[in-house]
Design a protein around this ligand. Structure first.
Ligand SMILES: *Cc1c(COP(=O)(O)O)cnc(C)c1O
Length: 226
C-alpha cells in the first residue's frame, strides 16, 4: 500500500505541476490507517463525503490537516463539522448556506464555501442550475451572511467515456465562473477556487482551469463499500 500510494502521489503531482490545481485527496471509505500513511507521505488536504466519517477521522488525525466536505450536506449535520471544516464544496441551496452561516457564528469563524453547480447532462447529480446560481448570487440576503465566504464553484462532469462532453462541461463551468467574476459581488463573495476533476477526468479539468482536483481511486485504488 505504502509503495503504490507513494507512486500514485508522485504521478498525480507530476500531472498537477505547472498547473494552478491543488490536490484534495478523497479519503472517503478509507480506514484511518490509510489516511495516516497518506499524511506521512505529505498529503494534508483530505476530502470526505459523510459527516460522521469526517468527524471520526478529524478526531483521530493530526490537526494540521485541511478537511474538505465534498458530498451532499444535510442542514441538520452542519453543526458537527462547523468548528473545523476548511472548505465545503457542496453548497447547493440558500437554506444550507444560512445554516452554515449560523454555525459559523456559533463557532466564531468564517466558513469557506463553494457553490455546487450542476453541469452534467445526467439527471442524478446534486447542484444548482445556472438560474438558481444567479438568483442566489444576486440575492439581498446573501450580503447579510457574515460567517460564510463563497470562495468559488464546484462541479462534476458526466460519468461518461465521451471526452468531448466532459471537456465541454468543464468549459461551461469555467465560463460561468469567469462571468460571475466580472460582476460586482458582495464582500463575502470572492470566487478564486474552481473545484473540478476526479480520478477519471482531472487532466481535462486542469486544462480547463481547475484549481482543486478531488482524487480518490487514482490514489488509493478502487473503494470498497462495506
Ligand atoms: C468520491 C468523489 C470524488 C473522487 O472520486 P474518484 O473517482 O475516486 O477520484 C470526487 N468528488 C466527489 C464529489 C466524490 O464524491
Amino acid at each position: 500500500m505504502l509503495d503504490s500510494l507513494a507512486n500514485n502521489i508522485k504521478l498525480i503531482n507530476q500531472k498537477l505541476s505547472g498547473s494552478s490545481a491543488r490536490l484534495v485527496a478523497v479519503t472517503k471509505t478509507q480506514p484511518i490507517s490509510v489516511l495516516k500513511l497518506a499524511y506521512q507521505l505529505g498529503l494534508k488536504c483530505f476530502g470526505e463525503n459523510k459527516v460522521q466519517e469526517m468527524v471520526e477521522k478529524y478526531e483521530a488525525l493530526p490537526k494540521d490537516i485541511e478537511w474538505h466536505m465534498i458530498g451532499h450536506l444535510q442542514t441538520n449535520k452542519v453543526k458537527y463539522i462547523a468548528s473545523f471544516v476548511s472548505l465545503i464544496h457542496s453548497v447547493d441551496s440558500f437554506k444550507l448556506l444560512q445554516e452554515i452561516n449560523k454555525q459559523g457564528l456559533k463557532n466564531q469563524r468564517v466558513i469557506n464555501c463553494l457553490l455546487q453547480v450542476y453541469i452534467a447532462s445526467e439527471e442524478t447529480k446534486f447542484g444548482l442550475d445556472e438560474p438558481e446560481l444567479l438568483e442566489l448570487m444576486d440575492s439581498e440576503e446573501l450580503k447579510s451572511l457574515q460567517n460564510i465566504k463563497i470562495v468559488g464553484l464546484m462541479g462534476m462532469a458526466s460519468n461518461t467515456e465521451k471526452v468531448e462532453l466532459i471537456i465541454q462541461e468543464f468549459k461551461r463551468l469555467k465560463s460561468i465562473f469567469d462571468s460571475l467574476n466580472q460582476k460586482l459581488a458582495p464582500e463575502n463573495v470572492l470566487l478564486a477556487e474552481l473545484s473540478m476533476g476526479m480520478s477519471g477526468d482531472f487532466e481535462y479539468a486542469i486544462d480547463q482551469g481547475s484549481t482543486l482536483v478531488r482524487i480518490g481511486s487514482a490514489l488509493f485504488g478502487n473503494r470498497v463499500y462495506l
